[in-house]
Write a protein that binds this ligand. Structure first.
Ligand SMILES: NC(=O)c1ccc[n+]([C@@H]2O[C@H](COP(=O)([O-])OP(=O)(O)OC[C@H]3O[C@@H](n4cnc5c(N)ncnc54)[C@H](O)[C@@H]3O)[C@@H](O)[C@H]2O)c1
Length: 444
């Protein structure tokens, strides 16, 4: 089939490349000329495991092309995906400006029937708005259906998540569009649920916010663990053995960030409010998450007493491992707090250094690797749990640090091994050693 993608970012490019791999002829459009130029030259501008190779392959086979012309992408396609950004406005609600602009531009190029797929994450009833915009701005004779096909993939495993999803949700209002989408998605083997458009849009927001809630839940549990001398890792493991709960998303740490959870949470709260419902539960999810970064800095303060004048090594800048995406990355908030306290900060991330440099400028020291970051630092804070941090030679790190202090914001390192080596280890929710359990709580 012929597919057009409007918005060739993290989601649009992965979707385009995967649909091309499945045998479709895909044309990806973006208004960002530099991005399209780079893609035409064969260079992917984001880090996503496997994406560069996949794009190279399907481009060489002539099944993936790039353009800055939306008209060209629309003319080329039976199905047009809208994959533009939906950032948060100041009040938390979703800014749908890019979606509206894309819909207007698609409308201007519509001649005969097209299926317009809403892939961006949007509040319920956005599909209705897109349909109305298409109606208002398209030429007489143009016909279309708007389908909601929410994206559940995660950065870092985007290709596998697209090709082997847990489920496909289709919010579709016409049998014709359903038939087109079933034909397009036929090669993907996954349970497919067809529902109305508003419910499909709700499923995406409700799912993301549920996962965010799970993270905040275990983080709140971690706070209690610290106070009663329990270990949140063991608590999460025990909870996760229950099939009704599952272990995923029960990793206590400094909380979630990234381009999805924080903005989707804010948008869902705002949308519920607009609909007349105060979603207090989700406001608390956000409050718990906001506090986590302060908790990590409090641990550093606990370890070093006065932070002013101290040097802190920060390991990891991307919002999670296996991506170079630093949008809403917890590391930035931690770094801002440390700089505000008067610390010098030495940073390292395996792939996100260029993006971090663009955001932080010359206010931190950029290091070659994790060892270089530790050089002369008073403590190291692990912020993003890249695998390479789990297999470092920690004896060498200890030699490089001024003080043997590790603050593990992701509970990713081996506490027992580090303590045996003479490190002072601070996890989150892990006050289980005798020294760390508050004296008044110790059993005589
Ligand atoms: N990143 C993820 O992991 C993820 C996961 C699920 C859902 N989503 C959702 O997918 C959507 C896109 O997210 P993303 O991370 O890919 O964003 P992104 O910022 O990486 O990409 C968006 C792209 O759209 C382009 N664009 C904007 N307006 C345009 C227009 N009118 N015409 C052509 N191009 C235009 C931008 O130049 C940009 O390249 C968002 O709604 C997001 O919430 C993202």
């Amino acid at each position: 089939m012929h597919v057009g993608i409007i918005g060739t970012g993290h989601i649009g490019l992965v979707a385009g490349a995967c649909l091309a791999k499945l045998g479709n002829e895909v044309m990806c459009a973006d208004r960002d000329e530099a991005k399209i130029e780079s893609l035409k030259r064969g260079t992917v501008t984001i880090y996503e495991p496997g994406l560069q190779d996949l794009v190279t392959d399907v481009t060489a086979q002539g099944r993936l092309r790039f353009t800055t012309s939306i008209a060209e992408a629309v003319e080329h396609s039976e199905v047009v995906f809208i994959c533009v950004g939906t950032p948060a406005k100041k009040d938390g609600s979703a800014d749908l400006g890019q979606v509206e602009a894309a819909a207007r531009e698609v409308a201007a190029s519509l001649s005969d029937y097209r299926v317009i797929v809403e892939k961006s994450t949007v509040p319920a009833r956005t599909g209705e708005r897109i349909a109305r915009t298409l109606e208002l701005h398209s030429r007489p004779g143009a016909t279309f259906d708007v389908v909601s096909f929410p994206e559940f993939s995660r950065e870092g495993s985007g290709i596998d998540d697209f090709l082997y999803p847990d489920r496909i949700i289709l919010g579709v209002e016409s049998p014709r569009a359903e038939a087109v989408m079933r034909r397009l998605l036929g090669p993907i083997s996954a349970p497919l649920m067809v529902t109305d458009r508003n419910s499909a849009e709700m499923i995406k927001h409700a799912s993301n916010c549920f996962l965010a809630m799970k993270i905040s839940y275990i983080n709140a549990v971690a706070n209690v663990c610290e106070r009663v001398g329990a270990d949140v890792l063991k608590v999460a493991e025990g909870m996760g053995l229950d099939r009704r709960i599952q272990r995923d998303f029960l990793d206590a740490g400094i909380g979630f960030g990234g381009s999805c959870f924080p903005k989707d949470l804010a948008a869902f709260i705002a949308m519920a409010e607009e609909a007349g419902y105060d979603f207090g539960l989700l406001k608390e999810v956000r409050a718990v998450n906001d506090e986590r970064k302060r908790r990590l800095v409090a641990n550093l303060r606990d370890a070093l007493w006065v932070l002013r004048g101290k040097t802190i090594a920060v390991w990891g800048l991307a919002f999670k491992p296996n991506t170079d995406d630093v949008r809403e990355a917890p590391a930035f908030e931690v770094i801002e707090m440390l700089l505000g306290e008067g610390c010098a900060v030495r940073v390292y991330d395996p792939v996100a250094m260029p993006n971090a440099r663009a955001a932080l400028g010359d206010r931190v020291v950029y290091c070659r690797d994790a060892y270089d970051a530790a050089q002369g630092a008073d403590a190291v804070a692990l912020v993003t749990e890249w695998d390479e941090f789990k297999s470092l030679d920690m004896a060498a790190v200890k030699e490089l640090l001024t003080l043997p202090i590790v603050v593990d914001g992701r509970n990713a390192l081996d506490r027992d091994a580090l303590e045996a080596m003479g490190f002072q280890y601070y996890g989150l929710g892990r006050a289980a050693t005798a020294e760390q359990t508050p004296r008044e709580l110790r059993v005589a």
